[in-house]
Write a protein that binds this ligand. Structure first.
Ligand code: ADP
Length: 436
């Protein structure tokens, strides 16, 4: 570039010297200089004209090679042509990437929807049209909550907590179950992925029905067996000596089986029944008193010190049986696993985040690696300890389900050797009177 520029400057200097010489020889230097400058200007104007019409031609069609030119203008024409070619190549590459991205998203079974920061639909793939009926261009820029009007979806979308996907039947077709997963990106934009999980949902329903039906069918036979065994035990004096021990064990195991079936039925009802409509306002203190008395009676021989700390006026909205079963599971667990004369505390704390019911004991505590798995069905820290105490391994799963149905969650804190604390968290809207 510098050589072009230098030779252009050199050429200009030579022309200027030649003009000066011609002017000196002709005796009219000013006139010769003027004529020379005008010619020079006309040359550059002509080159500018060439550049203008070439750029104009290029705007309309495929890139046209630059006009022939020498010196600095030749360099300018070639430079612009090179830049144009590079830009065109980059554009073609970008277009092919976009085409490929569009082709691949078109082939996806999963619906991909881009939502802008104002909750408007920006772009979607054909699967979104298939699954959600989105129409282009009518639905572009429409608010997503105008098109999917289910209150659960609107709540999920507005809450902006997308850590878990949402399952919902497809708009206009209740036989299709869709799973919505949203991720945030850019400045307030969201990417929504929707997939058809009808098959999985069907299998899950079959599993729930199966567990429900089996537990239901087993309940009567097991009750009959337990009943007869208990009667035989009541009449143990008339039994041959060698039968007493086996019958005692049979009675104990059938009682355990009865408890497992009862808990399985409760769990399956919690899973399959819609959130119960018979929500009542429950006096928390009297509910907890009742649970405390039960635990004291059931474990009277262990002589625990059970303390209760709950303000008199607190009421909680929910299903009485479910809440009773959740809190009583925690208190009975505390009593079950805490050695004799231990301390169990039932504390209720209300604050701006809602309500906490905490059940603390100074029992054996739980190793940290078990804590995340405690609410899984049949998960037991210590199989022998749990079956000694008649545990079913389903208690904490029931607690977790009940709390979820009340918009709450279970928190477990424990340290081996020091004791455990099980905290039920409830959202503020479940509690009256509200804190101001
Ligand atoms: P289980 O019927 O076996 O008690 P749960 O689901 O109620 O089943 O509890 C799961 C496991 O958690 C129990 O087997 C027990 O090991 C442990 N666990 C529950 N509560 C306590 C507690 N208060 N202290 C120590 N361990 C506990």
């Amino acid at each position: 570039m510098f050589s072009d520029w230098h030779s252009a400057l050199k050429r200009l200097a030579l022309i200027f010297l030649a003009l000066l010489l011609a002017g000196w020889l002709s005796g009219a230097p000013a006139l010769v200089l003027l004529i020379g400058t005008v010619c020079y200007l006309i040359y550059h104007l002509l080159q500018l004209g060439k550049l203008y019409s070439w750029l104009k031609d290029n705007e309309m069609s495929e890139p046209v090679p630059p006009p022939e030119s020498k010196g600095i203008w030749g360099y300018i024409f070639d430079g612009i042509y090179l830049l144009q070619r590079r830009e065109r190549e980059a554009l073609l590459e970008l277009r092919s990437i976009i085409d490929k991205a569009q082709e691949s998203t078109a082939a996806l079974e999963i619906a991909v929807i881009m939502i802008n920061s104002k909750s408007g639909l920006e772009w979607w793939n054909p699967a979104a049209t298939r699954l959600l009926g989105l129409q282009n261009p009518q639905d572009r820029k429409q608010a997503v909550t105008n098109l999917i009007r289910e209150p659960v979806f609107i709540e999920y979308f507005n809450k902006a907590n997308f850590s878990r996907p949402l399952n919902l039947s497809a708009p206009g077709d209740s036989s299709v179950m869709l799973e919505f997963q949203i991720t945030s990106f850019g400045e307030g934009e969201r990417l929504m992925l929707v997939r058809d999980v009808s098959q999985l949902h069907k299998l899950e329903m079959m599993r729930k029905d199966f567990v429900g039906n089996v537990s239901h069918e087993l309940r009567t036979p097991i009750t009959v067996i337990t009943g007869y065994l208990e009667t035989m035990m009541d009449d143990r004096n008339n039994l041959p000596q060698r039968w007493i021990r086996p019958i005692e064990q049979m009675a104990q195991q059938s009682r355990r089986m009865e408890n497992i079936i009862k808990d399985l039925l409760t769990l399956s009802q919690l899973e399959t029944r819609a959130t119960s409509k018979d929500q009542s306002t429950i006096q928390l203190l009297s509910l907890l008193r009742e649970i405390k008395n039960d635990a004291e009676q059931v474990f009277s021989e262990k002589q625990h010190r059970i303390t209760l700390n709950c303000a008199e006026h607190i009421q909680i909205k929910g299903n009485l049986n479910e809440l009773y079963s959740a809190v009583s599971n925690l208190v009975l667990n505390a009593a079950k696993y805490t050695p004799a004369q231990g301390h169990i505390a039932l504390d209720v704390i209300q604050n701006n985040n809602g309500l906490k019911i905490s059940v603390t004991d100074d029992g054996p505590g739980i190793e940290p690696q078990h804590i995340p798995r405690l609410t899984e069905r049949f998960y037991r820290v210590d199989e022998s300890r749990s079956s000694d105490t008649g545990g079913t391994g389903l208690g904490l799963a029931i607690v977790k389900h009940v709390l979820a149905r009340h918009g709450g969650k279970l928190e477990i804190r424990s340290e081996p050797g020091k004791g455990s604390e099980f905290i039920c968290h409830f959202p503020p809207e479940r509690v009256t009177p509200a804190l101001i």
